[in-house]
Design a protein around this ligand. Structure first.
Ligand SMILES: *Cc1c(COP(=O)(O)O)cnc(C)c1O
Length: 413
């Protein structure tokens, strides 16, 4: 790959060589950081666009994007300038006061969703979903009585790791060790409208789904499913909450994943990952009459929608509009899909836009392939034991797509 570029420093004292830098980081981590992550053996120190550089100056093509977060690539100049300018102006004041950025960002997000709604700002995907869940409960209970607080979600879903979003997450193996979880959550098979309909009773206030199950393996809702869910919600007066934390903001080739479904309008939409291009920010949008179920004091966060994060998000949305990133993601995604489908060892490609998974032939271990790709200079992850996820910058170039697939192909053969 490209020339070796020395990192500007990794904040560890007494460095002599760059390999020492990595070894010392690992030693510090293993002694002082809670060991909740099974990390890959690399530390990144710098990024630019689709490229990442490690402590040795080795260059990588980043096709994971920090888990579908850096949708404009690393160190995007417009976002970096906005963050730097805002950092020198005003970072934080709390939500006891107005700030000059948050309302404008809310208006922009509402515009992307067609208007007629309001936004609550959080700091992550899980927190955006917490807000959605609390709002749906308030709305359900104030319209349908104290028992109307149950939420139905899907097996294989991922909604976050807080206790409540974990309760909504349809992955029993992640829940087991943290029982008891908050009550009022149940799961049904994803993409099975009959199973969903049968699970509904008068206590259900909302259905919560991802348009494409991201962490579950990049599994798109089948054609007609979200439309049928919308109809069911209308009939039974339930809210439709769409978790667009991973699929939102251009990733799938449309502004939001639900736009692939015909005429579906959700009542609540959550987003986070791409919103700050790496700055931690999440948002929960709701239709005006749903949003009004919250009154002052019902929900709050110290940092949510602070000037620094909100300014970064405004810059992100500016670039996304100017570059028309949904269209770019659709075009680049179509190219990547064709390239991946032609790789020996790939038996299927699924997803939409630039959120794709390549299903590997039987007997190939995706984790091992992802590890070998990393060594070969391509950052991807095993989204299931048998599938590799691709979620690069939405501004990725054709040359970078070709180079990434060349590495992937070489590793597989
Ligand atoms: C990543 C993700 C979350 C959780 O976001 P965090 O920022 O990690 O809390 C929730 N829902 C979906 C669909 C996600 O992909």
């Amino acid at each position: 790959m490209g020339p070796k570029i020395l990192p500007t420093g990794v904040g560890v004292e007494g460095l002599t060589t760059m390999s020492d830098a990595f070894d010392q980081l690992v030693a510090l981590d293993s002694e002082h950081v809670m060991q909740t992550y099974a990390r890959q053996a690399v530390a990144f120190v710098r990024g630019e666009g689709t490229l990442l550089y490690d402590t040795d100056g080795t260059e990588y093509l980043d096709f994971l994007g920090g888990l579908a977060v850096t949708s404009l690539g690393h160190a995007h100049p417009a976002v970096a300038d906005a963050i730097a300018d805002q950092a020198r102006t005003l970072v934080h004041v709390s939500n006891l006061y107005y700030n000059a950025v948050q309302p404008e960002l809310a208006a922009r997000i509402d515009g992307l969703l067609g208007g007629g709604g309001r936004v609550f700002f959080a700091n992550s995907g899980a927190e955006a979903n917490e807000a959605a869940i609390k709002l749906a409960r308030r709305h359900g209970q104030s319209n349908g009585g104290p028992e109307r607080y149950h939420i139905v979600s899907a097996y294989g879903s991922f909604h976050g790791r807080t206790l409540t979003t974990l309760a909504a997450t349809g992955q029993p193996e992640k829940q087991e060790r943290f029982q008891p979880l908050p009550s009022g959550f149940r799961q049904v098979l994803f993409a099975d409208i009959d199973a969903l309909a049968q699970s509904i009773d008068d206590r259900v206030c909302a259905i919560m789904l991802e348009p494409i199950q991201g962490e579950g393996g990049v599994l798109p809702a089948p054609v007609g499913y979200l439309e049928a869910v919308r109809t069911l919600c209308n009939e039974r007066e339930m809210l439709l909450i769409l978790d667009e934390v991973q699929t939102g903001l251009g990733r799938t080739g449309r502004w939001f994943g639900f736009e692939h479904a015909d005429g579906v309008r959700p009542d609540i939409v959550t987003m986070a990952k791409a919103l700050g291009n790496g700055m931690p920010i999440g948002a929960c949008w709701a239709r005006e009459d749903v949003a009004s179920a919250f009154s002052a004091g019902d929900h709050a966060t110290t940092f949510g929608g602070q000037p620094l994060a909100a300014r970064a998000a405004l810059a992100v949305l500016d670039v996304m509009v100017v570059e028309d990133v949904p269209a770019r993601a659709a075009r680049a995604g179509a190219r990547l899909r064709v390239l991946l489908a032609a790789v020996p060892g790939v038996v299927g490609v699924r997803g939409a836009g630039l959120l794709l998974a390549a299903e590997l032939a039987e007997g190939i271990d995706a984790k091992q392939i992802a590890g070998e790709c990393l060594i070969a200079g391509l950052v991807v992850n095993a989204v299931t034991p048998t599938a590799i996820r691709f979620a690069p910058s939405l501004l990725v170039s054709d040359d970078e797509l070709d180079a990434a697939v060349a590495i992937f192909s070489e590793v597989l053969t």
